[in-house]
Design a binder for this molecule. Structure first.
Ligand SMILES: Nc1ncnc2c1ncn2[C@@H]1O[C@H](COP(=O)(O)OP(=O)(O)OP(=O)(O)O)[C@@H](O)[C@H]1O
Length: 393
């Protein structure tokens, strides 16, 4: 049987089936299509303006490494006129972040753009290793998520809501110190779809209205953008693999199950049944129309009276957490988010407590693993049947 030709160039041999579109393409066409789709996202959504100084939030992981590679490629190919640099937050997690920072240091050389590293230790006086020694591994993601940026960390996905600049954030501080106008993060389509789903499950309409935004904090001095909003995680991995990019692939040692949260597994199952489901979840969120009243429920940004950074409260969450650490009361402020929705909504406290924002969505939360797996299997089966019934192939 003759080898199948690339459906794009129709000359070269097809080497892979694109996870997003199922097209069979050669490697070169995969690279150019992937890059040009990101370029189109950037152009269509006016993510950057010429002359801007852009911090690429670089963890050393696959998403931000591919982002750094693509941003430098597109910046020179299409003449964006951006002043790019890598910005890394060193949370102080030995055996994890120190190793991934070594990768980012090599990326600095490989992509020829400067690197700025900002540490929790210098900003807050504490490393995550020291915090974990105080608080243990149950609520540690709350500290990390708040200090880095509420919700940048996937292990605390419920919080990465797209609400701009509500708390003291290491990335913001680092970006301000380095004179940036914008921060670009490696959040991908799977991350966004997962957040949409979590906000639906949680009934958090105000956040649902914003979580699919490609730009957050548009009116602030330091907006954040997600150039990979429509890029599938699988394609990012394939891109990094075929391009032989240098990235770090270990999960955080303090949240080893973080990437296996319920919503993430569900999104993966939906994708397996119908690849465009990820985009459809995002598009649904984009097209929701919300009552004006739901916006009013979001806390309005103000200035923290202690540190001066933008906060939703008189004293920002980072300052509350820090105060607890410094007073030897590390739990101070940790459980404040509990009941914010469930108990206020009149739910029984035991139901409200299953609110996943109170901890990383590891396998242990809210029912046994077997029950959860069964629920997912049933839900996916329903999707498959209705999809087939609808004439899907
Ligand atoms: N320590 C860090 N320093 C700088 N940016 C970070 C850091 N951690 C996360 N980010 C930014 O937040 C995005 C989402 O972070 P998350 O923890 O969900 O990791 P991820 O999806 O595995 O991404 P990556 O593969 O880039 O690590 C990253 O793509 C990156 O842009």
């Amino acid at each position: 049987m003759a080898p199948r030709q690339c459906s794009r160039c129709t000359v070269a041999k097809a080497m892979l089936r694109r996870p997003k579109t199922q097209e069979q393409v050669c490697r070169e066409c995969f690279f150019t299509t992937f890059e040009e789709e990101v370029h189109q996202t950037i152009v269509d959504n006016k993510l950057f303006k010429p002359g801007e100084r852009v911090a690429i939030a670089a963890s050393g992981g696959k998403d931000s490494t591919v982002l750094a590679h693509i941003m430098t490629t597109l910046n020179s190919r299409h003449g964006y006129g951006l002043d790019l640099f890598l910005l890394s937050i060193d949370e102080g997690i030995s055996g994890y972040r120190d190793d991934s920072l070594e990768t980012v240091k090599r990326n600095e050389q490989q992509y020829g753009i400067p690197l700025r590293i900002v540490s929790y230790k210098e900003l807050y006086g504490w490393t995550m290793d020291e915090i974990v020694a105080q608080i243990g591994t149950k609520n540690n993601c709350t500290f990390c998520g708040v200090f880095r940026r509420q919700g940048l960390c996937r292990s605390d996905p419920i919080l990465y809501c797209g609400v701009p600049n509500l708390d003291t954030q290491a990335l913001d501080r680092g970006a301000v110190l380095a004179g940036a106008n914008k921060i670009a993060t490696g959040h991908n389509a799977d991350d966004v779809a997962e957040t949409v789903l979590l906000n639906i499950l949680r009934g958090d309409v105000p956040r649902l209205g914003r979580c699919a935004n490609i730009i957050t904090g548009e009116d602030s001095p330091l907006p954040r953008v997600k150039p990979f909003k429509y890029a599938y995680e699988k394609e990012i991995v394939l891109y990094a693999y075929y391009k032989k990019l240098d990235y770090f692939s270990t999960e955080c040692i303090y949240a080893p199950f973080a990437a296996r949260g319920f919503a993430r597994e569900f999104i993966k199952d939906l994708e397996a049944a119908r690849p465009m489901a990820i985009i459809d979840v995002i598009r649904s969120a984009e097209d929701f129309v919300f009552a004006a009243a739901s916006e009013e429920k979001l806390p309005q940004p103000r200035t923290c009276e202690r540190c001066g950074y933008i906060s939703s409260q008189p004293v920002c969450k980072a300052c509350v957490l820090l105060e607890g650490l410094n007073r030897g009361l590390p739990r101070l402020g940790v459980s404040r988010t509990r009941g914010r929705h469930g108990e206020k909504a009149g739910l029984h406290p035991s139901v409200a407590r299953s609110d996943p924002s109170s901890g990383p969505p590891g396998p242990g939360t809210g029912g046994s693993e077997a029950l959860r797996a069964e629920r997912i299997r049933r839900a996916v089966k329903q999707v498959q049947i209705s999809y087939e019934e609808a004439g899907g192939t």
